[in-house]
Design a protein around this ligand. Structure first.
Ligand code: AMP
Length: 418
């Protein structure tokens, strides 16, 4: 299957070609025709499998046809909501790349920075608005944004958008949208609890599920280390002595913890920066771009970096702390093993986190192999280490680094032609 076979218009095909994309990924292959036919859509696919293009391509195409027919002044006709500022920026960049020959304009708005450049862009007119909920509500209140012409609405990372933290704001935004619109909802995880809410947002949706909900991709090798809380720092430094840990995203449960881990790594000469909600937006963006450009080896993050963030050649995700919400594990580890590449996700588990580990294994329907040969193995580990699924450190490295091959055809092809 090629993009040409999906009835995609030339300006978009040309842009995809320059991105090096030739074949749609499974989520794209199934979602693009359904969206182009005008359906609402509920899309669920594993992390890193091309969800952004699955909604961006058909949205651009539908908008392009509509705008050509109408030729009126620019008005915001498509709205994409994302949970974090970094993800919103990344989605905006994708719309810019895929839409570069369409003449359609997009802008991204998010909090933590001055609103001036954002309101200037809005005043100049945009077709597609990508936003985080808080800043959008703010600018709506100030009358910089009107949602009355919205025809296409995308909720990315839908489960996160509808949960307790953001759900209230998102519902307020949805209430202001015209009823006559096309809605697309995407996520890698869709916990049962929100299905009723989803049903109330979508009308007769086409459901696209390319893999079991909440599953993790096989190109990500997972392992767990049982370790006392006090030894986690030493274990991390021990692991980072290995040069194979080229580009490592470390997740910490708290902002304070992220700062502490970063400081500890810097003290022993490892280049690291932290990204979390207490940092200024410019510091957050700088840390992320330093990490993407490989200027630093380790980025220590809270869960603001768990969703959607796409870093090329990210070799390892390390869960310094396990997340309380098991679905968050799926998103965190999905920062590696993207676009068909391989990666490793290692989790530290102290005695208090055993329940969290069990819940994660239930959600992913897999038992995570245990690594025993490390110097900080818990003294009473025999009570927690399961007998099955153990792997040796060197086996894990071998699996991850032998041949670094791409597993999926579409990604392999894309790499060749780029
Ligand atoms: P996403 O899941 O949207 O974050 O995409 C994951 C990665 O796959 C990104 O680096 C995209 O640039 C890349 N990608 C998306 N679609 C394709 C495709 N059809 N062919 C090759 N690479 C793709």
């Amino acid at each position: 299957m090629l993009f040409e076979n999906l009835n995609i218009i030339d300006p978009i095909l040309k842009a995809l070609k320059s991105e090096g994309y030739t074949s749609p990924t499974p989520i794209q292959e199934q979602s693009i025709p359904a969206i182009l036919e005008g359906n609402d859509l509920e899309g669920c696919a594993q992390t890193g499998t091309g969800k952004t293009a699955a909604f961006a391509i058909p949205t651009l195409q539908l908008l392009y046809s509509k705008k050509r027919a109408e030729k009126g002044p620019l008005s915001i006709t498509a709205l994409v909501l994302a949970p974090t500022r970094e993800l919103a920026i990344q989605i905006g960049e994708s719309f810019t790349s895929y839409g570069k020959y369409t003449g359609l304009k997009n802008t991204t708005i998010f909090g933590g920075v001055s609103q001036k450049s954002q309101t200037d862009a809005l005043k100049a007119g945009v077709d597609i608005l990508i936003a985080t909920p808080g800043r959008l509500l703010d600018l709506m209140q100030q009358k910089y944004v009107s949602l009355e012409h919205i025809k296409f609405f995308v909720l990315d990372e839908a489960d996160r958008m509808l949960d307790m933290g953001l759900g209230h704001d998102v519902k307020r935004i949805i209430a202001k949208l015209p009823k006559n619109r096309q809605t697309m909802l995407f996520s890698a995880t869709m916990p049962q609890g929100i299905s009723k809410l989803i049903d109330s947002i979508l009308i007769k949706p086409v459901k696209v599920e390319v893999t079991p909900v909440s599953s993790t991709i096989d190109t990500i090798k997972q392992a767990v280390y049982f370790v006392e809380k006090r030894n986690k720092k030493s274990l991390l430094i021990h692991l980072l002595k290995d040069k194979a840990f080229e580009s490592v995203l470390v997740f910490s449960r708290t902002k304070h913890g992220a700062n502490k881990i970063t400081g500890d790594l810097i003290k022993v000469g490892i280049k690291a920066q932290a990204i979390h909600g207490n940092k200024s937006q410019s510091a957050r963006q700088l840390a992320l771009s330093n990490f993407k450009e490989k200027k630093i080896r380790v980025l220590v993050a809270t869960d603001i970096a768990a969703r959607g963030i796409d870093v090329e050649k990210l070799s390892h995700v390390i869960n310094f702390d396990l997340p309380d919400v098991p679905e968050t594990y799926v998103h965190r580890i999905g920062r590696t093993g993207r676009a068909g590449a391989e990666g490793a996700a290692l989790s530290f588990c102290d005695p208090e986190e055993r329940e969290a580990l069990r819940n994660i294994e239930k959600v992913i329907s897999k038992s995570i192999p245990v690594i025993e040969d490390h110097p900080y193995l818990m003294s009473n580990s025999s009570t927690v280490i399961r007998t099955s699924g153990e792997v040796k450190n060197k086996d894990l490295r071998k699996k991850v680094y032998d041949g670094k091959k791409c597993q999926n055809n579409y990604f392999r092809k894309a790499k060749k032609s780029s």
